[in-house]
Design a protein around this ligand. Structure first.
Ligand code: NAD
Ligand code: ZN
Ligand code: ZN
Length: 346
């Protein structure tokens, strides 16, 4: 089968031919219908050799959807032909956090060498994909896999981040979304559907700001040195009750820290390496700062329910598997509108 693999540190990913895997006991083989392209892949492929821990070659793709193709021995409650989405943050399934469905916060994964597909285990950018446990599959039902595959990360991650701040986002409040790309443009829709907040979106060019407005931002402003003043202006001088930074570079974490209101939340989702100094006087009184990772299995079910209810939808651009390297180039140059989705089986 064809797969898009990262094979050499510092080089672009390439399409290779590898054997179709066979599901062992308890495993499931999917025929992949769609695979999303996340900025975290670019982060991983940008790491120098001494910091790269994901194994080579690495079949990319941590957003995946597929059709159940073959069941390993002993797998129950799934049938060949079922349409499913992959819950990506694989954990041990036994620790306290996993028992709550929060495998994104598994406390055994590191010690046991359990890694998510596309981030250690072979990912979804291949014609077929091996799932280690049926627990990591969620039924898609009649949701279009191509339009919805990215909800497994670009939907789930902002949902998890936003859900914890909802008690602070009643009527008359303000939420800031920094970075309106894959995650951010879904985050805006989640905020509009679940909160009473006025949503202020920040990005670096007019096309991105236009998308932010289209998906529901009340205000869309450039992310530059005037951004904090603009946010203060829009919030009557008080700042935002919650700021979600889907970029996480130094300039954006600084905007996030400077624009949060008293008792507000700063949530840094982007992994751009920015550092926000926190201490008395450095940030608004009683502000909370969080750095969440991905989301729980139950939250993925909730996100898919939001899509079924028509509350959120992902803007996508599709690519064939052979066009995978080009999709990553487009992501790198910042010209993807919404999310790039690869169709490994055409
Ligand atoms: P993306 O490339 O689709 O979107 C990023 C957006 O940020 C783009 O619209 C870009 O124009 C904008 N941007 C860049 N610099 C900016 C700036 N200075 N100010 C405002 N906007 C700016 O990326 P994505 O796939 O949505 O991922 C976003 C970030 O979240 C990445 O760092 C990614 O690695 C990270 N991520 C984190 C988690 C997690 O669990 N914490 C999960 C998925 C992705
Ligand atoms: Zn991701
Ligand atoms: Zn666990």
């Amino acid at each position: 089968m064809k797969a898009l693999q990262y094979t050499t540190i510092g080089k672009a990913p390439e399409v290779v031919d590898i054997p179709i895997p066979t599901p062992g006991p308890g495993q499931v083989l999917l025929k992949v219908t769609a695979a999303g392209v996340c900025h975290s892949d670019e982060f991983v492929m940008g790491l120098p050799e001494d910091q790269y821990t994901y194994g080579l070659p690495l079949t990319l793709g941590h957003e995946g959807a597929g059709i159940v193709h073959e069941l390993g021995e002993g797998v129950e409650h799934l049938s060949v032909g079922d349409a499913v989405a992959v819950y990506g943050p694989w954990g041990c399934g036994r620790c306290h956090n996993c028992s709550e469905g929060k495998e994104n916060y598994c406390t055994n994964a590191q010690a046991e060498g359990i890694m998510p597909p596309g981030l250690g285990a072979p990912g979804s950018m291949a014609e077929y994909m091996l799932i280690d446990d049926p627990r990591h599959l969620v039924p898609l039902g009649d949701l279009d896999p191509v339009k919805n595959v990215s909800l497994t990360d670009a939907g789930l991650t902002p949902y998890h981040a936003i859900k914890r701040s909802l008690p602070k986002l009643g009527a008359g409040t303000f939420a800031v979304v920094i970075g309106t790309g894959g995650l951010g443009h879904v985050g805006i829709q989640i905020l509009r559907a679940l909160s009473g907040a006025t949503v202020i979106a920040l990005d670096v060019n007019d096309e991105k700001l236009e998308l932010a407005k289209k998906v529901g931002a009340h205000h869309a402003i450039l992310s530059d040195k005037n951004a904090v003043a603009a946010i203060k202006d829009l919030t009557g001088g008080l700042g935002a009750n919650a700021v979600f930074d889907f970029v996480g570079v130094q300039p954006t974490v600084e905007i996030a820290g400077a624009s949060v209101a008293i008792e507000g939340d700063v949530t840094i989702v982007g992994i751009g390496g920015g550092m926000l100094p926190v201490g008395f006087g450095a940030i608004a009184y009683d502000a909370a700062v969080r750095t969440p990772y991905w989301g729980s299995r139950a939250e993925l079910i909730e996100v898919l329910d939001m899509a079924r209810a028509g509350q959120i939808s992902v803007e996508i651009e599709t690519f064939g598997l052979d066009e995978g390297p080009a999709a990553y180039e487009r992501l790198h140059e910042g010209s993807i509108r919404g999310r790039a989705v690869i169709l490994p089986n055409g």
